[in-house]
Design a protein around this ligand. Structure first.
Ligand code: BDR
Ligand code: CA
Length: 314
């Protein structure tokens, strides 16, 4: 088997972040160098605890979890308790973590890891607002040429936004950080709502997780039961979109997805469209492509992969 791909997961768990972390920890193709928490779905004090809870659920208390940015770069923090519940991880009852939070700041960990490892080897998986990565770029611009790639869940174009008509949550929360990241010349794969809104947690899919003869499967089902209720009501769909695990699934099975290499620009000025990802899908400008934007997913293939991997956890 080839050497596992070194990744850092930057995240604001969040039930869908949690499933992404479980998928990564269940996959031998990936080596999780660390997890950096960021403020987003809920406050930082909760996202870092949630990240540790999930590592322990996966039987991996050895994973290093760091606390990162407590708020976005410029704007005030906007959270999403309406979707994820008061804790950010409402649904299952998970024990308080016993593993310790790392003492170093998450942004320092990002910079030190990227500067000490061989250039072009470390992949960043961005599952929340891009504040930590934006701050790392400001502190140490040389990391831009050392990041192998960023795979980020965020944005939406044909599908519009989910927090305003124009903007998706992760980009809306910290559009200034997102703009820095998209203008840094780093290879980026962006997984927007256009793609994740096809990956619906139908009852049959959740039941498959619940039936797994381990701890992680039923806990995932309990998380998704809670998580999907908001979107089911909002969109009237059979199940809610399982956004963040798409990032990890793309690393494991890119053939599940289809997209285009195009230009993505981030709106940071108009209050009306703040945080909009302006995606030049039809290549009608001369702005250079800076990201591969995924628009389609084989949803059943994605959920089959998830079930197969979650089955490997304790
Ligand atoms: C994104 O926002 C968060 O609520 C989810 O965890 C996901 O990262 C979807 O817009
Ligand atoms: Ca997230």
């Amino acid at each position: 088997m080839p050497k596992p791909l070194p990744i850092i997961i930057d995240t604001d768990p969040g039930q869908d972040d949690a499933v992404a972390i479980l998928l990564a920890l269940a996959s031998p193709e990936l080596e999780v160098l660390g997890i950096t928490a960021v403020a987003g779905n809920v406050a930082l004090a909760l996202t870092e605890i949630n990240a540790r809870k999930i590592c322990e659920l996966a039987g991996r208390p050895d994973i290093k979890v760091y606390s990162g940015a407590i708020r976005p770069m410029v704007r005030n923090l906007v959270t999403a308790e309406n979707v994820h519940g008061k804790t950010g991880l409402d649904g299952p009852v998970l024990p308080e973590p016993t593993m310790k939070l790392q003492a170093r700041h998450g942004v320092d960990f990002l910079i030190e890891t990227l500067m000490s490892r061989d250039a072009g080897t470390v992949t960043l998986c961005a599952l929340g607002p891009l504040t930590n990565i934006g701050l790392a770029l400001v502190r140490e611009p040389r990391i831009a040429s050392r990041i192998a790639q960023i795979v980020a869940m965020g944005g939406g174009f044909f599908e519009g936004g989910n927090v305003t008509p124009a903007a998706e949550f992760n980009i809306y929360v910290d559009p200034h950080a997102a703009r820095l990241v998209f203008e840094a010349g780093i290879p980026i794969t962006l997984i927007p709502l256009d793609c994740t809104h096809q990956a619906l947690t139908t009852a049959a899919r959740i039941e498959k997780f619940r039936a797994l003869p381990n701890r992680a499967g039923p806990a995932t089902a309990a998380m998704l039961d809670f998580y999907e209720r908001f979107d089911v009501q909002k969109y009237g769909t059979d199940g809610g979109p399982l956004h963040d695990p798409c990032v990890i699934a793309w690393l494991l099975k890119p053939d599940l997805f289809k997209g285009r290499h195009v230009n993505v620009a981030i709106e940071c000025q108009s209050e009306l469209t703040m945080g909009m990802t302006v995606i030049d899908w039809w290549r009608v400008t001369d702005r250079a492509p800076n990201a591969t934007v995924l628009r389609d997913i084989d949803a059943q293939g994605f959920f089959d992969l998830l079930a197969e991997r979650l089955a490997r956890l304790p």
